[in-house]
Design a protein. Sequence first.
Length: 587
Amino acid sequence: MNRREFLVALTASVAGVGVSRAQVSGGMASRGVRPQPRGKPSGLPFHARLTDVAASAGLNAPVIYGPLNHMDYILESMGCGVAFIDYDNDGWLDIFLLSGTRREGPVSGATNRLYKNNRDGTFTDVTEKAGLVRQGWAFGVTVGDYNNDGFDDLFITCWPQNILYRNNGDGSFTDVTKQAGLLHPGNRWGTGCTWVDYDRDGHLDLFVSNYLVFDFGKIPPTGKDPNCDYKGVPVNCGPRGLVPERPMLYHNNGDGTFTEVTESSGVGAVAPAYGLTAVGADLDGDGWQEIYVACDSTPSQLFHHRKDGTFEEVGLESGLAVNEDGREQAGMGIAVGDLNTDGLLDVLKTHFAEDTAALYQNIGDLQFNDVTLRSGLGVETRYVSWGDGMVDLDNDGLPDIFWVTGSTFPEVERKFPEFPFKSPRILFRNLGGGRFEELLDGAGPGVAEEHASRGVAFGDFDNDGDLDILIMNINEPPSLLRNDVSGSAHWLKVKLVGTRSNTSAIGSVVTAVYGKSRQSQAVMASSSYLSCGDRRLHFGLGKAVTADLDIMWPSGARESIKGVRADHLITVKEGVGVIAQEQFGHG
């Protein structure tokens, strides 16, 4: 028996009995690990500078989510995602922000919000005009063109009912949840969600992860259950000790309606778990999308496509369910990228305080190795971590790592200041060779600012050739970190339009070959923590002035494009080739 087989047997013996003894005790999984010693700084310059420009951009309304200074229920503490979406197809990223509310009833200003990009660094709130005013508990968002009409639609997970908004193409949206067949019986706490064309018929299907069974009237608030404490301080209960849920899969019928296929697809065969972020990507390069779910305090789930319309759950066998010690972690956010530019998609998953994030290197054949410690990420264990990305912030051709933090327990800070409710962002620059270095300063003021953050989306909102960052902050306005890159590094953006595939080309994988690097990126409808970023893929190229592209479309078709010039956005139409090129200014 090899090490992986041993971990599978060990973890399965616990997972197979349903809710474990540790779960009954309450709280979130954490290994209580101390950070690794920090090495000597490399001293290398970092050519990206991140500055929060949300206020000057017009993003001034706070995202209401639960009480201001305490959290009585886990529902209030989990926060929500954010999204970049070009809802009007003008080539500029607009912003969609989710919102919560407060238990006592309607709260002024608590609504999901859509902001139109004015193309001058500012945004205008068009929520009412777009028909998107809605108050309640929203959590996750996925963006994609489910009816192939050329305009991106919005699906939002909520407690107690999810919502599907159809983009009408005239600047407005219509709630079509009922007529689409997406109303579910009873109350559910939907969290992660992603569009995925699991049967490759050209129509986007819908995967929804559910967190746990929640009822304000049945779960004791903070201070009413002696088992719900952190460091001896009474806190809100969960997830352990509460009833976990199973995910759901809906098949797109191609006529604007969906049919639930959870059981027939094999998705319903998994044991209940505390599912959070869900992502869809072809992780093994076979042309069919896997679905990966970050599960909180239970082993994470990887649904491998059998190429016949059904899935098998292989999280433990793949190495993505637990860490290298066979322990489940408090899975929050998921980033998918190519950390070592070898053409294979790797995975980053964030977790609770006093634990590391987990960096999984893809070694082929749907097998992953936990390389967290050898990569240098073990130096950071201080904070509860959420939305994340594996993105090239300085355009040097090597994807960097970024995530946001913030506690779920504001009460703890009063007794233990070393566990603050608001905390800074985390940035690891890629040194190459599989090694990363945390930048505590030198990347601009936006990194050190302290907030209780949750969702994150990455995208080039000002079309200047670098990646900016949108962040949800609990009970504060969002952060919009404008990235200003200096130096002479080059970049390339790729936008795909499907024909045989779904129009959004969700499920595609693009591999850019430049210099000695071969970097793959997936077109995804959701990632980070319950969020959705710019679907235009962004490749930093470093010194390279051209790149060759290999495209695997969701339909199974492959396409190669040679000698693409750097510092352009190119649009590629399936079966046609490059149909547009646009040159941006340098940021």
